[in-house]
Design a protein around this ligand. Structure first.
Ligand code: MLT
Ligand code: MN
Ligand code: ZN
Length: 305
C-alpha cells in the first residue's frame, strides 16, 4: 500500500490566513522553526497507479500540483484519482470536491449515510455537482463489513463509526448519529499490512483501541495539545473535546494511549491545528512527542507498507 499525505493540518491550515498566534506569526516570519501545512487529506493506493483520495480539502488543487503521480497524462483529460472517500462532512474534508468539477465523468464519492445527508441538505454539494461533472455516491457500511473499491484495487477497507461530531452546519450537530465520523482501517490485500486513519477522533472506544492494536501504521488526530487550547488563546469558547477532538496531553489524552502501543507500531499525528505547540520543532511539546517515538505528518510525506 502506498500512502501520500496531501495535507497534514486541521481546518484553517498552517499558518491560518487570519491568525497571528505564536505559531502562525512565527512560521510566517520564520521566527519559529516549523513547516507550513495545508488542510487534512491523504491519498492511498494498492497498485501505485490508481489512488483513493481520502478527504477533499479546500487546498486540493495545490496539493495535487505537488503530487505528480496524481496526473499520469494518459489522455488529454486525465487523473489518477479514481475515487474519493469522505470520513465526515466537515468543510475541511469536503470543499475540495468543488475543485474537481471539471472531471469528464461523475466523481465516485464514498461516504456514510449521515455524511451523504449533510451533503444533500446542510451543505448540498452532491446535488450541486450535478450541474457540473456529477457525483455518484457509494454507501460506506458502518456495521464492520469490509468493502473494496473496484477502481482502486489492492485495498480492503473497514469503517469504524467514531464518537465525534457532525459539522457545525449540520442539521443534527448536537444530536450525533453513528456514521457522522468514521475511522478507516485499510488493509493491503497482498502484503496484509494495515493502516488506521482517523483525523477526527473524539474518544478511544474499545473498537478503536482494537484497530490501533491491529494496525502497522496509525495516522490519527493530532488537532490540539490541550483541551482548552483555543480558550486559553482567546480564539474560541470551544474545548477540543467539544469539537470531537481528543487532546494529546493530559490524563486519558491521545499520548497516554499511544504510550501503551507496541514500539513497532508506526504512530503518526495528522490534522494538526495551527495553535498546537508541537508544530514548533524547538518546543518541549514537540520533544515530548518525538521522544515517545511519535511522528508528525507533513505535506508530501510518503509511506509504503
Ligand atoms: C474540525 O475538524 O473540527 C473542523 O474541520 C473544523 C472546521 O471545519 O473548521
Ligand atoms: Mn477538521
Ligand atoms: Zn494560529
Amino acid at each position: 500500500m502506498h500512502i501520500h499525505v496531501l495535507g497534514s493540518a486541521a481546518g484553517g491550515g498552517f499558518p491560518q490566513w487570519n491568525c497571528n498566534c505564536r505559531n502562525c506569526d512565527g512560521v510566517r516570519k520564520a521566527t519559529v522553526r516549523a513547516r507550513a501545512r495545508t488542510q487534512s487529506s491523504i491519498a492511498l493506493s494498492g497498485d501505485g497507479v490508481n489512488w483513493l483520495l481520502c478527504n477533499a480539502s479546500p487546498d486540493l488543487l495545490s496539493q495535487l500540483r505537488a503530487f505528480p503521480q496524481s496526473q499520469p497524462a494518459r489522455a488529454l483529460r486525465d487523473t489518477a484519482i479514481a475515487a474519493v472517500l469522505l470520513i465526515d462532512a466537515q468543510i475541511d474534508h469536503t470543499t475540495g470536491l468543488y475543485m474537481l468539477r471539471e472531471h469528464h465523468r461523475p466523481l465516485q464519492v464514498w461516504c456514510t449515510d449521515p455524511v451523504a445527508e449533510d451533503l444533500e441538505r446542510g451543505n448540498p454539494l452532491l446535488g450541486l455537482l450535478g450541474h457540473y461533472c456529477g457525483a455518484r455516491r457509494h454507501r460506506i457500511p458502518i456495521d464492520g463489513t469490509a468493502f473494496e473499491i473496484a477502481d482502486v484495487p489492492g485495498l480492503r477497507l473497514t469503517a469504524l463509526p467514531l464518537r465525534s461530531k457532525a459539522p457545525p452546519y449540520s442539521p443534527h450537530r448536537d444530536e450525533p448519529v453513528a456514521g457522522d465520523n468514521i475511522g478507516l482501517l485499510v488493509e493491503c490485500t497482498h502484503a496484509g499490512k494495515r493502516l488506521f486513519y482517523a483525523p477526527g477522533l473524539g474518544e478511544i472506544e474499545p473498537q478503536v483501541w482494537q484497530a490501533m492494536l491491529d494496525c502497522d501504521v496509525l495516522m490519527i488526530d493530532g488537532t490540539c495539545w490541550r483541551d482548552d487550547e483555543l480558550i486559553a488563546l482567546g480564539v474560541s469558547r470551544k474545548r477540543a473535546r467539544d469539537m470531537g477532538h481528543l487532546p494529546l496531553h493530559g490524563t486519558g489524552g491521545t499520548l497516554d494511549w499511544l504510550d501503551r502501543l507496541p514500539r513497532a507500531t508506526r504512530k503518526i499525528l495528522i490534522h494538526i491545528n495551527n495553535t498546537n505547540p508541537i508544530l514548533d520543532e524547538d518546543s518541549v511539546e514537540h520533544a515530548r512527542v518525538r521522544s515517545a517515538g511519535i511522528e508528525l505528518a507533513f505535506d508530501g510525506m510518503e509511506l509504503s507498507l
